[in-house]
Design a protein. Structure first.
Length: 88
């Protein structure tokens, strides 16, 4: 939220942190944190889902894509696929 307002509206960080009861140092620690292992895995799954969808010329549905992505759980790949706007 702070990043979006800073980018879009040009609001300074300090007043937004005060308004949201967040320390400036905590905000910057969060902002500069490396992605978690789960987030990195989700990105790899998104790439694999999109590649499987393209290999199927855009006709593969969730079940067919899941068959290709059997190494990940059905729930994880389905939820990530729907958030990537590839599988519905």
């Amino acid at each position: 939220m702070i990043d979006a307002l800073r980018r879009e509206m040009g609001f300074p960080v300090a007043p937004m942190c005060r308004a949201l009861d967040v320390s400036k140092s905590g905000y910057y620690v969060w902002k500069n944190r490396k992605p978690s292992a789960r987030k990195l895995e989700e990105e790899r799954i998104k790439v694999a889902i999109k590649a499987a969808h393209e290999r199927g010329r855009g006709t593969y549905g969730p079940d067919k894509i899941q068959d290709e992505l059997a190494r990940w759980s059905r729930w994880r790949s389905a939820s990530i696929g729907s958030s990537a706007c590839v599988v519905r």
